[in-house]
Design a protein around this ligand. Structure first.
Ligand code: 4AD
Ligand code: MG
Length: 431
């Protein structure tokens, strides 16, 4: 009896007969030998069918296999140092499950729109699989980092009665007779959680009805949002650089093969450790103006500005102390200079743009009230948030890391659409 195993497990079964459920990734033949490139999700292995060594039926069945046909294949595992996996399968039996006809994604080049329309199948391609494995490793590393540094994972709601990050990008839905919105950020709820648990983090989907069609914007994206009581901006930046370094190093340690599959230049990732450079918004403006950008003080940065700034560094860079007028209502003003706020964006190297937005939060009840008025926010909807200042207010800080931009950077991808299994973008809701 053959042992049933996955391709990732074949190393334990050298010289034994195994059965593997697989798909045909590719196939070539040289008359008397057929080479089946097989995949099962866990890995790849080459199956070798030798005409003179198998019953005629097995030879014919193997011959009928097409790209993405599914089968149970039986054979003996051999060590094969020349193959990428280190093993090869000498096929003795083939049980066809389904013969696929006209698989749309052939080995030739396809346009992006075509591939996006077939995203459900495109996921089977080696590069897309590698990206999803790296994404999973990033998520694992995020949780390891926070779980081992005294943070508790807390889940904020997805359906919310009010806005966290500004009212123009909200997805409106009906909540029985009330109006509700899909969450843009769990932050406000995480602030409540930090007052209960000290150091907390969330990981969940967020939604923004942004009419931006860029390589950095998704309508639905996943965010990691830590929030910390009794922590100021400076302490938060220390945690952020340790956190991002940990995630990058953990991908380097655990995903070598996948990084190779997607062709990532890993020398660019190896020095993501230690302290990250910091510049103020003022210094950034001065630098940009020196580079010939026509950008006045008080304006927000766009992608070209972020890219120009990032080019000076081989690590992520923090831009701190933005003007209050271009940042969210909850950010704490700098006590020495109230027109700027105690905030920082982390800009990834190589033109990947902002991956983290964060700040110290307003803890003064009177100032919080004033901001609600200035920003025209309905006080009733934020009464609970105000309570966090009314009852035992403390200095606190937090930040949000965008998962997909982080995956794009670590994988070296041109566009965030390949960083999430089923991207939701402007004009794309299918599949
Ligand atoms: O800078 P943002 O808007 O910050 C917040 O939402 C804060 N409430 C976070 C916090 O302090 N808890 O978003 C945080 C990050 C950005 O730096 C970016 O990486 C990502 O979320 N992001 C997007 N990623 C993909 N598509 C979009 N449309 C994104 N908008 C933001
Ligand atoms: Mg931001």
């Amino acid at each position: 009896m053959a042992i049933k195993c996955t391709i990732s497990e074949v190393g334990r079964h050298v010289e034994q007969t195994v059965t593997i459920g697989a798909w045909v990734h590719n196939k070539r033949s040289s008359g008397k030998i057929q080479f089946l490139q097989l995949r099962d999700g866990s890995g790849y292995i080459q199956g070798v069918v030798v005409k003179s060594e198998v019953p005629e039926q097995v030879w014919d069945d193997a011959k009928s296999l097409t790209q993405e046909s599914s089968l149970y294949v039986t054979g003996v595992i051999r060590e094969e140092p020349r193959s990428q996996s280190g093993y090869e399968l000498t096929v003795t039996g083939v049980e066809i499950i389904h013969l696929t006809e006209n698989y749309p994604i052939t080995p030739k080049e396809h346009g992006v729109d075509f591939l996006m329309d077939h995203r459900h199948l495109w996921l089977r391609a080696p590069k897309q699989r590698a990206i999803l494995l790296i994404r999973a490793q990033i998520i694992r590393a995020v949780q390891q980092f926070f779980d081992s540094n005294g943070f508790t994972k807390v889940d904020p709601p997805i359906l919310t009665p009010s806005s966290a990050e500004g009212t123009t990008e909200l997805f409106h839905i009906k909540y029985f007779d009330e109006d509700a919105f899909l969450t843009q950020s769990g932050q406000l709820y995480m602030e409540a959680a930090a007052m209960a648990l000290g150091k907390v983090y969330s990981f969940g989907p967020t939604f923004r009805a942004e009419k931006s069609k860029t390589r950095r914007h998704l309508i639905e994206f996943w965010m990691i949002e830590p929030e910390m009581a009794f922590v100021d901006l400076d302490e938060s930046l220390r945690i952020q650089e340790q956190f991002v370094s940990y995630v990058v190093q953990s991908v380097l340690e655990n995903c070598r093969k996948e990084l190779e599959t997607i062709g990532r230049d890993i020398s660019k990732l190896e020095n993501i450790t230690g302290e990250f450079p910091r510049i103020t918004y003022d210094e950034a403006i001065e630098f940009l103006q020196g580079q010939g950008f026509d950008i006045p003080w008080g304006e927000d940065f766009g992608a070209p500005h972020e890219t120009a700034i990032a080019e000076s560094y081989d690590k992520p860079v923090f831009i701190t102390h933005y003007p209050a007028s271009i940042k969210a209502f909850y950010m704490k003003p700098d006590p020495n200079r109230p027109e700027v706020v105690l905030c920082a964006d982390m800009i990834a190297p190589e033109g990947y743009g902002e991956i983290i937005g964060g700040s110290q939060r307003i803890d003064d009840p009177a100032l919080m009230e004033q901001r609600f008025t200035e920003h025209n926010l309905a006080k009733e909807a934020y009464q609970w948030y105000m309570d966090l200042r009314t009852y035992g207010t403390v200095p606190h800080s937090g930040f949000g890391l965008g998962l997909e931009r982080t995956v794009a950077w670590i994988c070296g991808l041109d566009h965030v659409r390949e960083t999430i299994p089923f991207p939701r973008m402007l004009y794309r809701l299918y599949p």
